[in-house]
Design a protein around this ligand. Structure first.
Ligand code: BT5
Length: 258
């Protein structure tokens, strides 16, 4: 197993996006383990050009630079490593145990507590295998305090640690716990046994498994039942036409009628 690198944390009052900052640093050769944390992002990003909303000081907004020796089809395990470390941190620090909605959400019941955005720069400096991957996470800590705080499009689908616990949660302690869990998880990505263990953790925590789902791909959508997560972290969906493995896509949990 590869020894996890110690993390170097850089803190900012405001950044455009912690992911964008680290991608730029990576292009200049920054090492694995560099972490960027911002109180506020002026251009926080979700996947596919979507926005990540977080009032200043309300959330843990952090990204980590990884340079894992992984094949491209295994890269989803980097998202899983951060998501699972965040689940553990929420549990240890706030007593809240989110589930993971494949591919990148942390949910409490059906409400989104956190989102993960992984971006690889496969043409970045370094030979293949050391190519940079930046994995960012936004965890709602003090916002929303209640649904009144939310813009219309997030009402009913968004929650925070404070809303769950009814009291303040320390962002610094959350970051510390997240990085403590992430070190060994990044180290484990270097071996087949470590990757299998991580996939097993993801299966255990993944609320998508067993759910009727609609999978939305760039090329169209299909429905089925999510039945497995592969050792690469991909979602396996049973459809009337047989099993389909989803490497990347949006998943909507369909609730059975009634
Ligand atoms: C995500 O995208 O969930 C990934 C979010 C990653 C954010 C972190 S913050 C640190 C780092 N730096 C960045 O610039 N980004 C990362 P996606 O699955 O595409 O979900 C985005 C959707 O979630 C939006 O379109 C909204 O509907 C919803 N959303 C936006 N802000 C939210 C929030 N604070 N809580 C819950 N849902 C939110």
């Amino acid at each position: 197993m590869r020894a996890p690198r110690p993390f170097e944390v850089r803190r900012f009052a405001t950044l455009g996006s912690t992911n964008s900052y680290l991608l730029a640093e990576a292009r200049h050769g920054a090492p694995e383990g560099l972490v960027a944390v911002a109180d506020h992002q002026s251009a926080g990003r979700g996947r596919l050009g979507r926005r990540w909303e977080a009032p200043a000081g309300s959330s843990l907004l952090a990204s980590v630079l990884l340079r894992p020796v992984l094949a491209p089809e295994q890269l989803h395990l980097c998202t899983a490593a951060v998501a699972l470390s965040a689940v553990e941190a929420c549990w240890v620090v706030a007593g809240v145990e989110p589930s993971v909605k494949w591919p990148n959400d942390l949910l409490v019941a059906d409400a989104k507590l956190a989102g993960v955005l992984a971006e690889a720069d496969l043409e970045g400096p370094g030979t293949y295998g050391a190519a940079p991957i930046v994995v960012g996470i936004g965890i709602n800590v003090a916002w929303p305090a209640s649904d009144h705080d939310l813009p219309d499009h997030l009402v009913g689908s968004t929650t925070s640690l404070q809303q769950q616990t009814g009291g303040p949660v320390d962002r610094e302690a959350l970051l510390e716990a997240l990085l403590e869990g992430l070190g060994p998880r990044v180290g484990a990505l270097g071996s087949a046994a470590g990757r299998a263990a991580q996939a097993a953790d993801l299966r255990r925590q993944c609320t998508t498994l067993g759910a009727p789902v609609r999978v939305e791909l760039a090329t169209g959508s299909f429905e089925g039942t999510a039945v497995d997560v592969t050792d690469e972290g991909h979602l396996v969906v049973r459809t009337p036409a047989g099993l389909r493995t989803v490497v990347a896509g949006d998943v909507v949990h369909l609730h059975p009628a009634g």
